[in-house]
Design a protein around this ligand. Structure first.
Ligand code: FAD
Length: 389
């Protein structure tokens, strides 16, 4: 098989982004803004969790702790600037709403023990009713996280990112799968094996650098990675406009109100489902029971859509960011249930690392914390040459 170098119009080699979901698009966008030629290899944009997610920006409401909370807070702080860049480059609105998130509890003791309670405003039953009119009777206490919010990933952000990338000259190979990583005699990344949409044509694309951002499918390309799918089922309801101003984040179910009254409801968590496709009666009933418990009136609102997606899980629920076991290959995967929140910091860290622009102390610390080596992966050795599949 002959190697075909990816030569961009100015003659320099393009960086390959493997996976055109949320991380792939976000990183391609930041690199393109820095003038770097980028080519995105994208098997199927529609299967991306970036489309399936609820779009909550919820480091506090989710009760994150430790390094993951720090990463989430760093990304949350960057979201307004990141969104402004995407909106300026695309001409499209991303649907960012810093609307605040309410977490309801059955007792004030549960509320006070919540890991992120110090970042929230405590609510009693009266406060809960003011924030979430019509909230179910079982909830007696709550925490309001004014700083958390949401972004309309499904209808706005993903489209805006794609448009922003295209406008900056990012090349897309849509419907194309990366099927293997090819290394040279020194173990460095040399090329990527590709398969076209129809599965009829195989080829290799030479590259010196690539980013692995295949979401829940990442370990199919690099089996050393401890990344696995955690399926989530979702649905949406059409509520009256302004019926709900804040996101409600209950145990097992959350309600995310968009501007036009659409309420996105999530989500099941099915780590044993693997990549099993489709909705299940049990999963949908779970969501419906959650709606009735959180906001009884919403159980009467008409359902609009039902869908599912795969979160890229990792053993410690934190992402893999930065260098990989293969020189020339960068990692941006394993964002589990917080990828929308973490997209801003991920794109910044990866673009800075790849561009060699240097890091701030904060960036350096985050890259060290979320380095793949924390899982003691088997290091790829130079004798494992050729395709890794
Ligand atoms: C139900 C659900 C609800 C969620 N809710 C939230 C939320 O409220 N807030 C939040 O912050 N996060 C949420 N998430 C998590 C978030 O969606 C993910 O963490 C994030 O989308 C991961 O982005 P990614 O780019 O790594 O993966 P994806 O967005 O899944 O993209 C991966 C892409 O890679 C492509 N691909 C895979 N293999 C190959 C290959 N070999 N070659 C080429 N392309 C390939 C796929 O086709 C896909 O398009 C949710 C996820 C789910 C499933």
């Amino acid at each position: 098989m002959t190697l075909t170098p990816t030569l961009s119009s100015d003659g320099s080699k393009a960086l390959l982004v493997l996976g055109g979901g949320l991380m792939g698009l976000a990183i391609a966008h930041q690199l393109a803004r820095r003038g770097r030629p980028v080519r995105v290899i994208s098997r199927n944009r529609k299967e991306a969790a970036g489309f399936g997610a609820a779009g909550m920006l919820a480091p506090h409401a989710e009760g994150l702790t430790g390094d993951l909370l720090r990463l989430g807070q760093a990304s949350l702080a960057r979201i307004p600037g990141w969104v402004a860049q995407i909106e300026a480059d695309s001409g499209l609105n991303c649907g960012h709403r810093p609307c605040g998130i309410v977490v309801p509890f059955q007792t004030s003791a549960e509320r006070d023990a919540y890991p992120t309670a110090p970042w929230g405003t405590p609510l009693d039953r009266g406060g809960l009713e003011r924030e979430i009119p019509g909230i179910g009777p079982r909830w007696q206490a709550g925490l309001l996280f004014e700083q958390d919010g949401q972004i309309d990933n499904r209808r706005q952000l993903m489209w805006a990112l794609e448009r922003a990338c295209a406008g900056l000259g990012v090349a897309f190979e849509e419907g194309c799968s990366a099927t293997g990583l090819v290394r040279d005699a020194h173990g460095r990344l040399a090329a990527v094996d590709l398969l076209d949409a129809a599965g009829a044509q195989r080829r290799q694309l030479a590259c010196e650098q690539a980013v692995l951002s295949c979401g829940a499918w990442s370990a199919q390309l690099l089996p050393e990675l401890p990344v696995f799918p955690v399926k989530g089922q979702m649905l949406s309801l059409q509520g009256p406009q302004q019926a709900l101003q804040r996101v409600v984040f209950g145990p097992g179910t959350y309600l995310v109100p968009r501007d036009d009254g659409l309420i996105v409801v999530g989500a099941t968590s099915e780590p044993k489902a693997g990549f099993a496709e489709g909705l299940t009666p049990f999963g949908q009933q779970q969501l419906e029971a959650g709606i009735a418990a959180l906001l009884p009136a919403a159980a009467q609102w008409p359902p609009m859509e039902r869908w599912w997606g795969y979160r890229p899980g990792t053993p410690d629920e934190g992402p893999l960011l930065g260098a990989s076991p293969i020189e020339g290959l960068w990692l941006a995967t394993g964002h589990y249930r917080n990828g929308v929140l973490l997209a801003a910091i991920t794109a910044e860290l990866l673009a800075d690392a790849i561009s060699g622009d240097g890091y701030s102390a904060e960036q350096q610390q985050l890259l060290e914390t979320f380095d793949w080596r924390r899982f003691n992966l088997r290091r790829a050795t130079p004798d494992r040459r050729g395709s890794s599949r």
